[in-house]
Design a protein around this ligand. Structure first.
Ligand SMILES: Cc1cc2nc3c(=O)[nH]c(=O)nc-3n(C[C@H](O)[C@H](O)[C@H](O)COP(=O)(O)OP(=O)(O)OC[C@H]3O[C@@H](n4cnc5c(N)ncnc54)[C@H](O)[C@@H]3O)c2cc1C
Ligand code: FES
Ligand code: FES
Length: 487
């Protein structure tokens, strides 16, 4: 099937080419505004109402869809919140809604069946989102287990069933997926009733579609995944002139050489989390990244967007400040390019050392080497899917029980994601001991200026800053430094 969805608004002057993608089994060609949310397209243009509208802020997961891209002949699917996804970002992709997961003859697929068998649904409003996330897990997983399946639904909220039955359904699926034939994943998932059989024809159809490239006129406002921008400017975005930074993401959005890591503007938090060289270099790396938003938000939210948004509690900014990241800023209108240190970017609340026309093209940092230790701490009102009250990261080099280099950053205690320049400098050259950490705490308190807000009082944040700074050393050097010696 092939659907053409025509333009209704006369004032959409800034784009002329069609956005093309496959929606379930149907080829879509549309000249709808590229900043329209995928959710609005799916529900109001394609009339697929299984995808629900809950919060429109990425919190509830009722609008979850799968977005599949062809990389090296293989399909890679990820869950995404369609309420925060610009239509332009699915050009050349396969978009799967819950309707596209139905098996012929009204038979239930495995995820739907597991939800029914475990009584994991009541009003049913959230259920399509859960089913889509679980099918996304089935598509992606290499080595299934119950924890991983439950992790895949970390972006889905249910207000009436209670999570135990949903977790049991996820666990059941994981058991079945232990037998997954990774070498022939799609045919296996089809034969085992996880997916309808049209999925096997999608790579071929998409490869033909991808040949038809689309040029979007570049607007002024960069947009990556849209997970910050849509929350702030939901109504304005379809009418804004946008520069789509994350569309047509290459397979290698994150690149490594022997010592360093380079992220392109399209690299997402998931790319950072899945990067094997970083997991090898930093114990606990994946766990740190799991504290950032939820699976569908990490799948679409870019690292560059986190940095440019300049939230004083941006988790990725805080981590990247500690590893000493450097940014390449490009102004295409002036054909200029310059490199700056991330710790020089933030001048004041949402005030950056960059012109509005400069975009972040690349982010580069050295991979922590042997003898270097990295830790990230975050306290929020909920453990997962919440922004931080205070977050902090530390990278130290220790040689012969001496701290030779230190970089510490902290969020939620200043108008900017704060690089603790004085505290870091103080640590360098001192012995790795409880006494050094106690003295450094005094320096830290002079560098921060928290205010009382919904995330906590100024006094509470002072306390959190102190405890989380100590936690870095206790976590990294439990033999040498104990919490009772610090507080
Ligand atoms: C439910 C939910 C939970 C969240 N939880 C967390 C969390 O736990 N921790 C956290 O840190 N964040 C969290 N966020 C915020 C957000 O997901 C991240 O900040 C994300 O990394 C933003 O990336 P993006 O690509 O979606 O940004 P966008 O929304 O596309 O853009 C954000 C800003 O960056 C600008 N921009 C984008 N790309 C570029 C570029 N290449 N160059 C210059 N400017 C650019 C845009 O113009 C905009 O001003 C959450 C968001 C949601 C909706
Ligand atoms: S509608 Fe709630 S996450 Fe999209
Ligand atoms: S079943 Fe009602 S919200 Fe989940």
């Amino acid at each position: 099937m092939h659907i053409f969805v025509p333009l209704r608004h006369a004032n959409r002057r800034w784009f002329s080419d069609m956005i093309q993608f496959i929606l379930n089994q149907t080829l879509i060609e549309t000249n709808k505004p590229p900043g329209l949310t995928l959710l609005d397209f799916v529900r109001y243009e394609a009339h697929l109402c299984g995808t629900k509208i809950g919060c429109r802020e990425g919190d509830c997961g009722a609008c979850t869809v799968l977005i599949g891209a062809l990389h090296g002949g293989e399909m890679q699917y990820q869950s995404a919140t369609s309420c925060l996804t610009p239509l332009a970002n699915v050009h050349g992709r396969h978009v799967v809604t819950v309707e596209g997961l139905n098996l012929p003859g009204k038979r239930l697929n495995r995820a739907q069946e597991a939800m029914v068998q475990h009584s994991a649904t009541q009003c049913g409003f959230c259920t399509p989102g859960f089913v889509v996330s679980l099918c996304g897990y089935a598509l992606n997983v290499q080595k299934a287990d119950a924890a991983g399946a439950v992790g895949a639904i970390d972006g889905n909220i249910c207000r009436c069933t209670g999570y135990k039955s949903i977790e049991r359904a996820a666990g059941d699926l994981a058991l079945h997926l232990e037998k997954k034939d990774a070498a022939h994943a799609l045919p296996w998932l089809v034969s085992e009733r996880f997916l309808p059989d049209y999925f096997t024809g999608i790579p071929e159809r998409l490869s033909q579609l991808n040949n038809k490239d689309r040029k979007l006129h570049s607007g002024h406002t960069p947009i990556g995944g849209g997970t910050d921008l849509y929350v702030q400017k939901h109504h304005e975005i379809p009418d804004m002139e946008l520069q789509f930074m994350a569309r047509q993401k290459p397979a290698d959005a994150i690149l490594f050489d022997e010592n360093s890591c380079t992220l392109t503007a399209q690299a997402t938090a998931t790319d950072l989390m899945e990067a094997a060289p970083l997991s090898e270099a930093v114990p606990g790396w994946r766990q740190f990244l799991k504290l950032v938003s939820s699976t569908p938000i990490r799948n679409i939210g870019t690292v560059a967007g986190n940095i440019a948004n300049a939230s004083p509690i941006g988790d990725l900014s805080i981590m990247l400040l500690a590893v000493g990241a450097r940014l390449t800023l490009v102004d295409e209108s002036l054909s200029t390019e310059r490199e700056i240190a991330l710790d020089g970017l933030y001048l004041d609340y949402k005030k950056l050392d960059k012109t509005p026309a400069e975009i972040i093209r690349r982010i580069r940092f050295d991979i922590p080497r042997k003898g270097q230790f990295f830790n990230f701490e975050k306290v929020c009102k909920r453990q997962y899917l919440d922004i931080a009250s205070v977050n902090t990261a530390l990278l130290v080099t220790v040689e012969n029980e001496k701290i030779t280099t230190a970089r510490c950053s902290i969020g939620g205690v200043a108008p900017i994601p704060k690089y603790l320049r004085e505290t870091s400098r103080f640590l360098e050259g001192r012995s790795l001991s409880a006494e050094t950490v106690r003295q450094a705490l005094a320096v830290l308190q002079t560098e921060i200026s928290p205010i009382s807000d919904v995330r906590g009082t100024a006094e509470y944040k002072h306390l959190l800053a102190k405890q989380l700074f100590c936690a870095h050393f206790v976590e990294l050097f439990p033999q040498t430094i104990k919490m009772e010696d610090l507080l």
